[in-house]
Ligand binder design. Structure first.
Ligand SMILES: CC(C)(COP(=O)(O)OP(=O)(O)OC[C@H]1O[C@@H](n2cnc3c(N)ncnc32)[C@H](O)[C@@H]1OP(=O)(O)O)[C@@H](O)C(=O)NCCC(=O)NCCS
Length: 134
């Protein structure tokens, strides 16, 4: 359970809506769909930092905290955790805002998952390249 006083870590990288086509047989949203949103979000930040193309090389410490439901607004946040020569590790979090509801007792904005995604900067041949330093 997320502490209601907690706030997302990092910048908002992506915001989207969980649609009916993204549900599993329990009626919740597929974990794989959520991971793909995180990968897209992290890729945006990684491309920005490395000033070019990247590939995902690893996903670590993935933790699903609570299910996402159809109609939830899914927000991916991220920040850099470590920068290497050609790779960088991003800490990514997904928070959801429940679908608009007038019902009392609707769920608050809460963290549903977090993980560390590692990206490698690549050149036009798909070969790793050094990340430029400022
Ligand atoms: C990513 C890729 C280009 C790396 O090529 P490589 O020449 O074998 O690179 P290396 O093994 O030397 O690793 C490159 C960097 O990634 C890091 N890395 C490699 N595997 C890692 C892992 N499992 N976890 C964390 N970091 C890892 C290395 O530490 C190194 O970082 P550094 O240069 O900052 O020190 C290559 O493995 C590849 O193309 N993989 C497939 C990627 C892909 O298709 N992803 C899915 C779709 S986007």
């Amino acid at each position: 359970m997320t502490d209601s006083t907690q706030e997302p870590s990092g910048d908002l990288l992506l915001r989207t809506l969980a649609m009916p086509a993204d549900t599993n047989t329990n009626g919740d949203i597929f974990g794989g769909w959520i991971m793909s949103q995180m990968d897209i979000a992290g890729g945006i930040l990684a491309q920005q930092i490395t000033a070019g193309a990247v590939v995902t090389v690893a996903v670590d410490s993935m933790k699903f905290i609570s299910p996402v439901q159809m109609g939830d607004v899914v927000c991916c946040y991220g920040e850099m955790k470590r920068q290497g020569n050609t790779s960088l590790a991003l800490h990514l979090e997904v928070w959801v805002r429940p679908r608009m509801s007038r019902e009392k007792g609707s769920r608050p904005h809460s963290k549903v998952t977090e993980a560390v995604f590692t990206y490698v900067a690549i050149d036009e041949n798909g070969v790793k390249r050094r990340i430029p330093r400022d």
